[in-house]
Write a protein that binds this ligand. Structure first.
Ligand code: UTP
Length: 235
């Protein structure tokens, strides 16, 4: 069976609270994939994490130029990608594609390709969705630092409920309701920003959002187990 899978590996998962690289998590993630290689291709899109946000803050303070801020975020996401590429050893394409053309070349000879951002004005979630649309991927998974999408911000509301499923339209409403002024600034695109939603809508794809904090849910997903904690976004 043909299986093309796209995974967004949130930048928040790459670093521990103190800001050090969480090598153990990276190894654990790569081992789950290496232990079950029943797929045709997999593209892992890496986020920028706290390091990207530190650089973005510093650049913003001196330039007030959001495009420059986005560009540094892209650079950091590409450097982060190398952490996964090197852990995958010879299984992954050794370079980080910077365009769809480079991605096609990479995929013609490797089953695993790791990449970061592409162009300013979007998040790595948008990249993951666009890549999934391009490849007609069967599965698209977003690994982040919370269990999925909640009906309200779980950091602010104790009674926030995890949504098992959500439609594009309900998600759009949720994004609008929770949007703040900084939402479209570099480093501030949320799990699901407006650009990502638009690409998702036109593609008609389904997305699974789940926590990568512990990776046990991802391991279940990877091994085709049922009853996974997370949110499915679909039409
Ligand atoms: P992300 O915000 O997507 O990284 O990219 P992240 O840390 O994984 O985010 P979470 O886990 O979803 O919270 C870092 C920054 O790089 C720039 C944006 O400024 C973004 O906030 N970027 C990334 C782009 O401008 N274009 C891209 O294609 C990707």
């Amino acid at each position: 069976m043909t299986k093309n899978i796209v995974i967004k590996f949130g930048g928040s998962l790459l670093f521990s609270d103190g800001g050090t690289i969480n090598s153990q998590k990276i190894t654990e993630f790569c081992n789950i994939i290496k232990n079950n290689t029943q797929f045709d291709s997999i593209v892992i899109v890496c986020g920028g994490g706290t390091v990207a946000r530190q650089y973005i803050r510093a650049i913003r303070a001196s330039t007030e130029n959001e495009v420059l801020c986005d560009l540094i975020g892209i650079d950091i996401s590409r450097i982060n990608s190398r952490l996964i590429t090197s852990e995958m050893k010879e299984l992954a394409y050794p370079q980080v594609p910077k365009s769809f053309e480079e991605l096609s070349v990479a995929m013609s000879s490797y089953k695993i390709v790791v990449m970061g951002g592409l162009q300013p004005g979007q998040s790595t979630t948008s990249v993951a969705i666009t890549v999934a649309e391009y490849l007609k991927a069967e599965r698209l998974v977003i690994l982040t630092d919370i269990d999925g999408i909640y009906d309200k911000d779980p950091n602010l509301h104790k009674d926030a409920k995890l949504l098992e499923r959500i439609s594009y339209d309900s998600l759009q409403k949720l994004i609008l309701e929770s949007s703040v002024n900084t939402q479209a600034s570099a480093g501030e695109y949320r799990i699901f920003d407006a650009v990502s939603l638009q690409i998702l809508k036109r593609s008609g794809m389904g997305v699974l959002v789940m926590s990568g904090k512990k990776l046990n849910q991802f391991s279940k997903f990877w091994n085709n187990e049922k009853e996974i904690i997370g949110t499915i976004i679909s039409k």
